[in-house]
Design a protein around this ligand. Sequence first.
Ligand SMILES: N[C@@H](CCC(=O)N[C@@H](CS)C(=O)NCC(=O)O)C(=O)O
Length: 204
Amino acid sequence: MLTLHHLRIGRSIFTVWLLEEVGCEYQLKEYLRNPETMRAQDDLKAVHPLGKSPVIEDDDLMLTESGTITAYVLDKYDSEHRFHPRRDDLKTWARYHQWVTYAEGSVFAPLLLKMLTLRSTDHPVITPFSDAEIALHFTHITNQLGDKDYILGDTLSGADFGMAYMVSMAERLGQLEPYPSLQAYLDRCRARPAFIQAINKAVE
Ligand SMILES: N[C@@H](CCC(=O)N[C@@H](CS)C(=O)NCC(=O)O)C(=O)O
């Protein structure tokens, strides 16, 4: 059975949501952050040397990186392709995969910089950079969403798990007000029965 190592609070709640959407059997192991440093503790480092979450174990496979975990879980458990396209249409698959990896690969860094500068004082180089990058990416995501319900169309896909996390992070950092359609998108994701089930099983 698949095991998800889930660190509270963080992005792995979005992996719980993924597993709930797919409906595969899994076991959840929860970890708490050090209350002073807010970093993961030795118990998570004992699972994987990076000490980051999410981590999954499936048989003898251990995987980190939320985007890769999404791709793997869908390839293995979404056999009816409800949430990911078939590879025989390579262009559609490539566009999908671009959005799965874009979240962590490009959107997260300026949000992280923003989070760090909000915790201290504005930095003359970092703050303008992160503000401009956040505007660039969230405008791009808004344009991609358009009037669709989800990032790639009117149904949920693998591209939404990472993107919803980025939007929730922007919300937490007070950066979402200029993007009402992204707020509505996040609320739509949160209203899904599988998301509610995820929150009931694993505290965000
Ligand atoms: N790029 C990785 C990032 C993993 C990551 O940084 N996770 C955070 C939780 S949101 C973490 O484990 N932080 C604990 C620490 O760095 O001490 C992914 O997509 O999974």
